[in-house]
Design a protein around this ligand. Sequence first.
Ligand code: S3P
Length: 425
Amino acid sequence: MDIRRSNGLQGEVKVPGDKSISHRGIMLGALAKGTTKITNFLQGADCLSTMDCFRRMGIQITNTPGEVLVYGKGLHGLTAPADTLDVGNSGTTIRLLSGILAPQPFSVTLTGDVSIQKRPMERVIEPLSQMGAQIESLPGNGCAPLKIHGTPLKGIHYNTPVASAQVKSCILFAGMYADRPTSVTEPALSRDHSERMLEHLGATLTIQGNTVTIRPEPSLEAREIPVPGDISSAAYFIAAGLLVPHSEILIQNVGINPTRSGMLEVCRAMGADIRYLNERKDSGEPTADLLVRSSTLKGTIIEGGIIPTLIDELPILAVMAAFAQGETIIRDAGELKVKESDRIAVMVEDLSAMGADVTGTPDGMIIRGGPTLSGADIHTYKDHRIAMSFAIAALAAEGTTHIEDADCVKISYPGFYEDLERLSR
Ligand code: S3P
């Protein structure tokens, strides 16, 4: 895909449904009693992988334009799949599913694509093993394929070394089947969609600071789940509106849950012109429309407890930093190395190819911004967030940028290039 400099982006865009919430809607809908209606479900490859896994465990799911219906069978209604479950590229699917599968009365093997087979699964194997689970990394390196021998679990208290919503959710989901309450304490608060959805469906959680406790055998009842637009997808249009001169973009129905919206705080610190319109709350998740106008940005420091609230937005924030005045420092973000690609190494490689002044560090990057970048060949390593970040960099850079394996955006935003094209004049 070739992308050229833009003269300005104008108009309205409605980004697709939130990926994290869509996954959880299928999972918890399957474990609830009754029919869960999910609207604005993300039809991205990752969420379709989750849907496929649950269908293979005997859950009927209809997927029609506008709504997904999950015919839940309650906490104990899953049946053994005939074959290995394939999660594709989806870390959320494999980690959250591990927590649901560990206590089932059957055994399952979970696998995924080349990238998933390199990502660390020890972070869920360890706490689940403490609960009594029997999980084996078949290659013996802590990575997938994972063989899970279902077995009864005991409740534990777990201090997670990393702030990860995938780890937290995995433990909470397993905790629904344990013999006593299970709690998780995180070093910093990660996204809380599992907690909000569990409460929405009727579970009782105790939340104190960074500790959440779940009681066993909650009675989950089906309820409608309206999925807000994904702030991680909106992030690309926010950046495009800010970076490309003569732009004004209205992004409708964006989820602004505070455990996800750290990017908006960083944008404010960088001098961005973003207005919140029509703020509201839908089934426990806050949303707003965002009006974004071209702005002159300045460098900033991104570190500490805000990192988990913008972890998926760091690639596009690094692009913004490359066009900003002055230096931006990103630290405490070592997790970037174990995402769909090593996002520190890949951002340094690709931003450097476009002429940016960027240095990688063990837990982040230092970016010295300048007025412009030049088009280049971008290696995405099939990482959707890298492809979308550089599509935006291309709009603000001189010349033409070529994005390799550009279609990997289908993981989280199948219509991304079409939406971008529509806003370009
Ligand atoms: C997710 C949690 C985050 C995030 C991922 C989705 C989730 O991962 O990067 O895209 O839905 O729970 P970690 O939990 O590994 O930080």
